[in-house]
Design a protein around this ligand. Structure first.
Ligand SMILES: [Zn+2]
Length: 457
């Protein structure tokens, strides 16, 4: 449902049952349009102060990919009031940690500090929302830093390079098809003007959401928020987010790659799927579809009791691992993925018919009551663990609102979980697990790991 948000907390914290599902979210809005969400958590005298801009890699144009991430780097380059390096020093000296992240749907900045230091963080963060000092002398070296970052991460990882090409094919039109860090040639090509335009067009209070989780309340922080963020000027108009729809297709895509650096082969199937906020090819998403697909991914491939694992790993002994994954919290359409690691000596061409048989059986006969209940209990437990961790709460709430969700729905989607039936799960499998519009992707180190599969161009 949520994608990778970090490790869950250890078992043993699962107490409180239903009550623990509800999380108090207080909110208010400044006159300049900035939305503020506050989640009180009195367990420790700390607060996570985060500011989320509703702009990310999905908003980038062809030829200018990576600009959202590039701008994230530039946000650490200082202002007139707090020149380069000052902010880091202040946060550190005040006992805090800070970082930032860029994704498809958002760019976010946070500091985790003792509550007594919140005012200083607001001073710093509000200052760089409006007053970033950018020159070409600052921009050019940082562009090289980003180019180097790409070389050291994506380009050094056979798996990352492979998935970049898989997504490029799967989303031939949608902007989810380019990498967040940007294509190497785009990083080479963009200019100081591109970055400053990006900053001026998107960094403003009416395109931002502040999320505070910690020993604070909306009432206790409001005077500070108003003091520091209140004077910032709103943009006359916030650019409307354009979601490029990926057209429907009626033939399966296959991408097979050999890379001698790869030891263990991987077989993947990506089905097109609706997210919580958008259906396939721009369609409206059916109520409960995303929550139901989440249950389906748990039954099909969530751990050692799942169907894929039991069949492929335990019974048929074709694979060392087999799982399903579904990230529902995205602004555009998403994917429902199956990943299998074939056992040594089993070629990847054996996997597809085996997976297809499992999926076909599920579509024909549905899931059992026991599987369904076990999945619901397990997903609710995951949710309770996650909400117990303040940073995870910040991250999930931020993902949710930046993908287009409202706060009320963030609180009550579990009701959808309770409203689902066994028949709904089968119907969703039939509706969405469609071979003909899927993408099959295989990465291996040697031809023999592929069997009869041919390497793609
Ligand atoms: Zn970076």
């Amino acid at each position: 449902m949520w994608g990778a948000v970090g490790a869950l907390l250890p078992l043993g914290l699962l107490i409180g049952g239903e009550e623990a599902m509800a999380m108090e979210i207080q909110s208010f809005k400044l006159d300049n349009g900035m939305q503020v969400l506050v989640v009180p958590d009195t367990r420790a005298p700390v607060v996570t102060h985060s500011v989320w801009y509703k702009v990310g890699a999905m908003d980038e144009k062809p030829g200018k990919t990576g600009l959202a991430h590039m701008t994230e780097h530039l946000m650490f380059k200082g202002t007139h009031k707090y020149p380069m390096g000052t902010m880091d020093k202040i946060v550190q000296r005040r006992g805090g940690v800070q970082n930032a992240f860029t994704s498809y749907d958002f760019t976010a900045y946070y500091q985790k500090v003792p509550v007594t230091e919140l005012e200083t963080m607001m001073d710093l963060e509000s200052d760089r929302m409006a007053n970033l000092q950018l020159t070409d002398e600052i921009f050019q070296p940082e562009r090289k830093v980003v180019a180097e970052e790409r070389k050291l991460t994506t380009d050094s990882s056979p798996n990352d390079k492979f998935f970049e090409q898989v997504m490029r094919r799967h989303y031939a039109h949608h902007t989810y098809g380019h990498p967040v860090i940007g294509w190497a040639e785009d990083i080479q090509g963009y200019t100081f003007t591109d970055a400053i335009d990006w900053y001026r067009t998107h960094y403003a209070p009416n395109n931002a959401t502040m999320i505070l989780v910690g020993n604070v309340t909306a009432d206790s922080v409001k005077p500070l928020v108003e003091k520091y963020y209140g004077p910032l000027k709103a943009l006359a108009s916030v650019p409307e987010r354009e979601v490029v729809d990926e057209p429907l297709r009626d033939s399966q895509l296959t991408y097979v790659k050999l890379d001698p650096a790869v030891q263990v082969a991987g077989w993947h199937m990506l089905y097109r799927a609706p997210s919580q906020f958008q259906g396939i090819a721009g369609a409206k998403v059916g109520k409960g579809d995303a929550t139901g697909l989440w249950v389906l991914s748990e039954i099909l491939g969530g751990g050692a009791t799942s169907r894929l694992y039991q069949e492929l790993v335990v019974k048929q002994q074709l694979a060392d691992s087999a799982s399903a994954n579904y990230d529902a919290v995205r602004a555009g359409e998403t994917t429902f993925d199956i990943s299998v690691q074939p056992k040594d000596g089993v070629s990847a061409d054996k996997i597809r018919p085996a997976v297809q048989a499992i999926v076909d059986e599920l579509k024909a006969k549905g899931v059992t009551k026991e599987e369904f209940e076990r999945a619901r209990v397990s997903l609710k437990a995951d949710e309770i663990y996650a909400r117990d961790d303040p940073f995870t709460s910040v991250y999930r709430l931020g993902m949710w609102v930046n993908a287009g969700g409202d706060v009320a729905h963030f609180q009550d989607w579990q009701d959808e979980l309770d409203a689902l039936t066994v028949d709904d799960i089968r119907a969703l499998a039939v509706k969405y697990l469609k071979m003909e519009s899927s993408t099959v992707a295989v990465l291996a180190g040697r031809q023999e790991q592929l069997g009869a599969m041919a390497v793609s161009e």
